[in-house]
Design a binder for this molecule. Structure first.
Ligand code: IPM
Ligand code: MG
Length: 368
């Protein structure tokens, strides 16, 4: 089978990491007698430079005609890049929000898993004298809430005033809650729903609907947790979590926190899914403009996103597992980009430092 992938390399380190993910994908597909064809489209700053907008309608049409989207990262330095002098709706991030909305990608899955090979890089202290060991997945609502509510800035009695609106309806909450419970059924059957129900109406509705949905899943346990507490629990005891279900803005913030405790933000993949098998797969990290073009970025989050693509959009479980196993083998062979080098000098000396492209080669070479 030939799978048709819309490839969005994007800005900053995006082209470098997407090249490595494509390399690994092609290797694993060739191994099982399959192949991928790529349709490259621009999104973000590179699209602004060429077309004056962060995402064209033609690019969305191209994505629609493909089976899945593989994406790098978009955006630049928000204080120095000219892209951020443009009105907000013309900036790079607007392209990302537009494609998520246009393709109905409401369910964002962000697994945060600590490889035992990287427990040295986990910034958390050991637990009872043992290295940390956690495996959680964040299910983030992606097309609602503060990100898509009405916003404007106006002068009120001569005072500049900005307004953003947080909106959720029960249907949006119900479908993402079902996603979280479905994911939990394939894992340890525990959902922690995160909200700010002590303050926000959207959160109170979130709790009500999530509880209703939980009744459809008697085998899955449901806890509610306030978002500020969750931020603390993630660095205190991440082992307690299986599936974290949360809304768009809280999920954005908590997923960066969850990724960092896995050793590096460069490790965390993501899948953005809709009601069909179509999906968009991207690393959870940003475009890291400070290291762009230096061939030192960590491509593993994007490589692992390609693995999620095979698993969720194509049901190619063997191939997805093969990528994950190759990543693990690469790590256990001591191969490290800069961001996942142990801080301890002696330990670092026993590792093999590699560039972004060498990391891609190393994973591809370990595909069985
Ligand atoms: C993410 C990113 C985006 C978001 C930005 C780039 C708009 O931070 O995917 O987490 O906030 O969703
Ligand atoms: Mg984010």
């Amino acid at each position: 089978m030939t799978i048709k992938i819309c490839r969005i390399s994007g800005d900053g380190i995006g082209p470098e990491i997407v090249a490595e993910a494509s390399k690994v994908l092609d290797t694993v597909l060739a191994g099982s007698g399959n192949s991928a064809v790529y349709q490259d489209v621009l999104m973000g700053g590179c699209s602004i430079d060429k077309y004056g907008v962060p995402l064209t309608d033609e690019a969305i049409d191209t994505a629609r005609k493909c089976d899945a989207v593989l994406q790098g990262s978009i955006g630049g330095n928000t204080t120095t890049s000219p892209w951020y002098k443009l009105p907000p709706e013309k900036r790079p991030e607007a392209g990302l929000l537009k494609i998520r909305k246009a393709l109905g990608l409401y369910a964002n899955l962000r697994p945060a898993y600590l490889y035992s090979e990287l427990s040295e890089s986990c910034p958390l202290a050991e637990k009872n004298g043992e290295p940390r060991k956690f495996d959680l997945i964040m299910v983030r609502e992606l097309t609602g809430g503060l990100y898509f509510g009405a916003r404007h800035t106006e002068e009120v009695n001569g005072i500049l005033t900005a307004t953003d609106t947080d909106v959720y309806n029960e249907n949006e909450i119900r479908r993402i809650a079902r996603t979280a419970f479905d994911v939990a059924m394939k894992r340890r059957k525990k959902v922690t729903s995160v909200d700010k129900a002590n303050v926000l109406d959207t959160s109170r509705l979130w709790r009500k609907i999530t509880k209703e949905v939980s009744e459809e899943y008697p085998e899955v346990s449901l806890d509610n947790m306030l978002v500020d507490n969750c931020a603390m629990q993630l660095v205190r005891d991440p082992e307690q979590f299986d599936v974290i279900l949360t809304e768009n803005m809280f999920g954005d913030i908590l997923s960066d926190e969850a990724s960092m405790i896995t050793g590096s933000i460069g490790m965390l993949p993501s899948a953005s899914l809709c009601e069909t098998s179509f999906g968009l797969y991207e690393p959870s990290h940003g475009s890291a403009p400070d290291i762009a073009g230096k061939n030192i970025a960590n491509p593993l989050a994007t490589i692992l996103s390609a693995s999620m693509m095979l698993r969720y959009s194509f049901d190619m479980i063997k191939e997805a597992d093969a990528i994950e196993e190759a990543v693990r083998k690469t790590l256990s062979d001591g191969i490290r980009t800069t961001d996942i080098m142990p801080a301890d000098k002696e330990k670092a000396a026993s590792m093999k430092p590699v560039s972004c492209s060498e990391m891609g080669d190393a994973v591809a070479a370990r595909i069985k």
